[in-house]
Design a protein around this ligand. Sequence first.
Ligand code: ZN
Length: 539
Amino acid sequence: MLRHISSVLDIQKGAEKWTVLAQVVHKGHNQLTREVPPRRIMRFLLTDTEGTKVSVVTYEQHIKIFNKFLQPYQRYYVSNAIVVPADPTYRVGSYECSWILNYKILIENYAEPVPPMLPCIFELTNFSDLHKYADSDNLCNIRGFVIHAFPVKQADPDCTSRDIIIVNEEKKLMLMTLWNEFEHDEGIKIADMISTAPLIIALRVKVTTFNTLSFTTRYSSGILISPPLPDDLSFKQWFTLNKEEIQNLLNAKTYSDANCLLPPPNEEDIKAISTFQASFPIQKAAWVQGTVKLAYGFTKYWTTACVNCHKIVNADIDWIIHCPLCKQQSEVELRARIPIIITDPSSSIHCIISGEDAEKMIEFTPLQLKQAQEDGFGIDTELNDALKKYTVVCFLKSYETLFQGQLQRKNTVIKAYIAAELSHHPLPLALPENTQVSSALGSSSARYPEKSSKDQMFTPTTKLVLEEIAGASSYKEGQTSTTSGAKRSLDFPEYLPADTLPEHATKTAEQFAKEHAKSYNPPGNMKDSPAKKAKAKED
Ligand SMILES: [Zn+2]
């Protein structure tokens, strides 16, 4: 009797004597389950010809049979597998069951020279929406070309990782870290074919605020390399057409540039601070907006950090270190690190703002902050006077840390925009009167304040003190030739580079982010980070 070929949706719990023509979409790793005691497990994702996906598992001694037999994108007749309710983590689409394979399950090769395109649809996330997933357990599926594979990193004998760079059709570049089995398996395959820029689909990857915004593989993730997709050809043509531009973005390291990864958000993406605080158990990062002031009670407003990844390291600025976080040989830079309070109508939140985002709001270079502390000058009033002029829109991240045996909630600004940088993005929150100062000056003036406004800002005594610090600092800068961030030494001449003039009123957010990134190359920087150097080269 001729066998009837069913579709996946026909196969419910208790179904008997059935056969489905199924195509392997993804083959997982030989992993351990999270049970006690753990079992070996291997997962597959199959689809029928209608595009209905089904998650399939096999355990222990049965793995070796199917590991060899079932290969990605090939088709097979699958008959009478065990049908069980699907694990919600791996449930895909409308089908509510998953199948278990053991050595008794009949699987037959479907003889065909070339398997067809995958008929199933993947729900893919745009890279511009990734901030909605950051530091949450809400995993996402993404698609893009891998344009770079970094060397393998060995954190310890049992832990390896490899970073790759992916570009999607939004021309956004993202870093993805492949951990352990993803490095041994897909990482090596991708690195071997990197000259062809393979197209991948990554399923259930996590978005983290590590490296500003990046992907990381999880236990449940899956990576499809060069899957046969119906729109493959047009996507590949798009890539070929834009190859040169994409190469420029790679050279400029836009995958680690906060201006490109987190451009100014849409109004509807900004959360009330109270909502942000309450959603900590579900999501630990979001855009908020509010007025700024200094959080008093601190005396140190600077830190030393790895130039490459900005990890705080207790090291001298003329040292070359092997960074414990990014594992790179890198220089040590001074960075501003200012505790602030951001307030909106719903709540206030304490957070740390550092680097360029902090330096654009204050009147001191990192070296001057250090000098002020070492010379015993209190600069709290000046810092607060400078900060309280601003309303910021910023991407905040919360985390918990142990302090004297107690879990403490801490908040860090990942990226901040001041009102002047958002002149084409009107802020939904009404600004206090005094914030107009920065808006009126325009973005470049906010970074390089005019003499008149500076004179008004400080009392005569403070000015003397600051000039003293500035004098000492510029001497020291000459000596060590090592600083970072903006060079707005108080006795440096006024400098307004042509490309920082406020002219972006009608430009798109993307153009703005790109051009704004350029304006972060302060003139006369004696020692720039590699990212800045690459950008300068491109300019
Ligand atoms: Zn580092």
